[in-house]
Design a protein around this ligand. Structure first.
Ligand code: SER
Length: 317
């Protein structure tokens, strides 16, 4: 991993991943790309940046060649709730983008990372401590693209020898860039609203458990997996990873410890609630722990303390 191309670099994961990669591998060695180029943005101004529409395979290969990259981290994708609103577009972006990124990796002999998700599971998947290898019949377009993506990455490894690697991320919580259109976004919004208004209306119903992780753990996991000894990897793509599982009452109770007047009520969104109900309550990350030493540092209490402190430092109140 010496020269790295990142797609979707301005997204929730990309923003923090690019910053960390530039610290570790050198700013000039991390080529950030996204479909837009805002001014006054740390990712745009902190090193090489190119506008790239991931559905344009020719442009993807040209940019990869221009910078002579040896690693591609493909993050550009639509999240679950928007994908459900625009399923055809989601297929085109999530699968079209992935196959283009894999083709660029094949042509330039790159190492490759792309995330899968807890969305790759469905209602017939065992709900608790969901195993690494299990039934995957998702009922959302997001899930369909994630399972297909897992299979496609396995295929590119077996057929073409591309060094593909990936994880199934749970809901990711961060204070830097907002997520866009996911089902787990409530667990980010709640911190902003707690500080701004002292109250939050949850679109996810009481008692709905989902896996979550704080962004620093997610970024560490990506780098650790990419640096892992290939001979130790039995799964390669789509490792289950998680740091915590909670339902809305639990995150609200944790916030209340810091903001005692905080109140939460519910106005359940049937679309996102429907999606959440098809996902696991908790997944089993033991394959990732055994094969490449995955470990999360943040639990709900430690994350909540840090989130509130960092958001306050950003001037959110
Ligand atoms: N956080 C994502 C979503 O809610 C799940 O991968 O869509």
């Amino acid at each position: 991993m010496k020269r790295i191309l990142v797609t979707g670099a301005l997204g929730q994961i990309g923003t923090e991943l690019v910053t960390r990669l530039r610290e570790v591998y050198g700013a000039d060695n991390v080529i950030a790309t996204d479909i837009r180029k805002p001014e006054d943005n740390a990712v745009v101004n902190g090193g090489p940046f190119e506008i790239l529409d991931v559905t344009d395979g020719k442009a993807m290969i040209e940019i990869s060649k221009k910078y002579n990259v040896d690693t591609i981290m493909h993050l550009a994708a639509l999240l679950s709730a928007v994908a459900e609103a625009k399923p055809q577009l989601a297929w085109n972006i999530n699968m079209g983008g992935l196959v283009n990124a894999l083709e660029a990796a094949r042509e330039l002999n790159c190492q490759f990372f792309t995330p899968s998700s807890i969305g790759a599971f469905g209602p017939s998947t065992p709900k608790n401590n969901t195993p690494q290898d299990t039934i995957q019949r998702p009922e959302t377009m997001y899930g369909v693209t994630k399972v297909s993506g897992e299979l496609l990455c396995d295929y590119y490894y077996k057929k073409f020898g591309v060094d593909t690697r990936g994880v199934r991320f749970p809901g990711l919580i961060s204070y830097v860039a907002p997520p866009g259109g996911g089902t787990t976004d409530y667990a980010v919004d709640i911190y902003y609203e707690a500080l701004k208004k002292g109250k939050y209306t949850s679109y996810i119903a009481k008692g709905t458990y989902m896996d979550m992780m704080y962004m620093p753990d997610a970024i560490n996991a990506i780098i650790k997996l990419m640096e892992a000894d290939a001979s130790k990897l039995k799964h390669r793509n789509a490792f289950n990873i998680t740091a915590m599982s909670f339902e809305p009452e639990q995150i609200a109770a944790e916030i209340k410890k810091h903001i005692p007047e905080f109140e939460m009520d519910y106005d359940v969104d049937p679309v996102r609630q429907g999606i959440a109900e098809t996902w696991p309550d908790s997944i089993d990350p033991s394959a990732a722990m055994e094969e490449w030493g995955f470990k999360a540092e943040y639990d709900l209490a430690k994350m909540t303390e840090d989130m509130l402190e960092k958001l306050r430092a950003k001037g959110i109140k």
